[in-house]
Write a protein that binds this ligand. Sequence first.
Ligand code: NAI
Length: 328
Amino acid sequence: APRPATVTVTGGAGQIGYQLLFRIAAGDMLGSDQPVRLRILETEQALPALEGVVMELHDAAFPLLTSVETTADAAVAFEGADHALLVGARPRGKGMERGDLLAANGAIFAAQGRAIQERASAGIRITVTGNPANTNALIAAAAAPDIPRERFSALTRLDHNRALAQLAAKTGAAVGDIRRMIVWGNHSATQVPDLTHAVVNGRPAIELVEREWVTGTFVPTVANRGAAIIEARGASSAASAASATIDHVRSWMLGTPADDWTSMSVVSRGEYGVPEGLVSSFPVTCAGGAWSIVEGLAMDADVRAQLDASVAELAAERDAVRALGSMG
Ligand code: NAI
């Protein structure tokens, strides 16, 4: 068997953690022959509850799960980590201003970025799920300048999967029959779900759906799905967010199919006019544990305008955390 991979998950006592940890331990993320050592970072207050989750992880008797350790110390959590899944974040409390939220998360992700740089393995790959995910990834990357930029990512796979589900329901196809969906920009309501390159059973999606459905239903449904789930469930999406986090890392490590791509938020080098250094969602292919942005795609005028707005939001978030001193 291969050497166990060390996977560090933050916020493991939370809703997403309760789904994510079990999927990782089952081998869904890194493959069914890859043993895993789990490290879980939580706040001091949440450590007692986390002990219950650890008991359940043991009780599930996963053959691939080599060990489980918990800590409230980032230096311990990221020691030798091959994957850092940064899920824990400060939720917006009652009466909390947006600036307070950015400041609280800036402190968390800067500290974790520093600990990752000092402690993690040379092959570390970082996936940020905790919101605001793109900007939290930017903060962590700024705090860890010695780690290659391409090792930092943020989750827009849930948005990508939501877009697949909407197009499948509309066309009567199975999600597995759809290729080349894209989500561009920020993981927020300004995100840009884009089906103009998508193919359904070999046929261009734009030949199968009306333009009014795309702009009037598809884009707003995908972009506002998080709010719809909170409204229905009384709690934010957790199982689907965990599943998307699994999909994101699995694609990154095990690759995308030859005729397809996926969506990942990664550090821009200026592709598609997204300013260098912003963490934005792009279509990517993955092979050998590395992603590359799919370049040269023609961009629909609506998509271009929406992406410009989403990128402006990312730049404003960056400027706000810079002004707060969270970016070194
Ligand atoms: P939750 O509130 O149930 O759990 C968060 C956990 O993180 C808590 O147990 C908390 O103690 C812990 N935590 C807070 N600060 C921490 C720190 N400094 N170090 C370690 N742990 C810390 O939240 P839930 O539902 O699990 O969501 C987690 C995050 O994921 C939220 O920010 C949420 O907005 C985000 N999210 C992102 C999605 C995406 O697609 N990118 C989708 C859904 C949620």
